[in-house]
Design a protein around this ligand. Sequence first.
Ligand code: G
Ligand code: G
Ligand code: MN
Ligand code: NA
Length: 252
Amino acid sequence: AALEADLRNGLEQNQFKLFYQVQVDRHGRPVGAEAVLRWEHPRRGLVEPGEFIGLAEESGLIVVLGRWVLLEACATLANWARQPAMAELSLAVNISAKQLRQQDFAAQLQGLLGRTGANPQRLRLEITENAVLGGVENTIAMMQALNKLGIVFSMDDFGTGYSSLTYLQRLPLAQIKIDRSFVGGLNDENHHAVIVRIILALGNSLDLQVIAEGVETERQLAYLVANGCRYFQGYLFGGPEPVAQFNARFNG
Ligand code: G
Ligand code: G
Ligand code: MN
Ligand code: NA
């Protein structure tokens, strides 16, 4: 309860920040970023989402916090669009199941896009397999409504949840993200290497873009490239950065 009050207070006091982690193609060229939330707590310092997203979801605060994240992300996208070196970048935003379950979620996003002037074609929403817990039909309908606005979806942490294959076929997805636990375990012929190859084959045969997250070494990158992966994210290319630092990559 103390943390919950702290969260509410943090929202009022503007203690949340979005950091941006670069996503690259196989030539190492930036194609976009994932926005990840950080809490600049006055006493605890920089707090990572693992420590508060769960509580924000349980308490329902994620709806308000998530709306702030989307507004901030759209404002950033609109800003990038005005800079020639950044105009083509896409931005991926993490969405909780509870947010997607709001009846007016598509209308909210349409409002944010209008207010900021962000191009919906550059916005990607990352969901997890939990997104379907509220009912797969409802989830599909909401995703389709957002697709109509030009927004696409990515399945985050792919391979770590339940019923991946069933939902993979039914949900209108544009991309899947290979979870970093599989990428981190890439060594010659261990079982993680097999899983990574299967996810890539699955994605390619279902016409889904596949991005690997948590890429930390050249060796992991080489394995992924050799098996048909075309997009990458991880410390090898850069960690989550404050927006000014991310922008300096392009305008330095
Ligand atoms: O940055 P870090 O590795 O601590 O992020 C951990 C997880 O927190 C991410 O994988 C992501 O799923 C989640 N997360 C990060 N930012 C957001 C956000 O803005 N909204 C939601 N719902 N989850 C987020
Ligand atoms: O769970 P999700 O992938 O949505 O969250 C991304 C988070 O993963 C980032 O906020 C960051 O803290 C963490 N992360 C990003 N790149 C790497 C990486 O290469 N290795 C590891 N171990 N963690 C990473
Ligand atoms: Mn993510
Ligand atoms: Na992830």
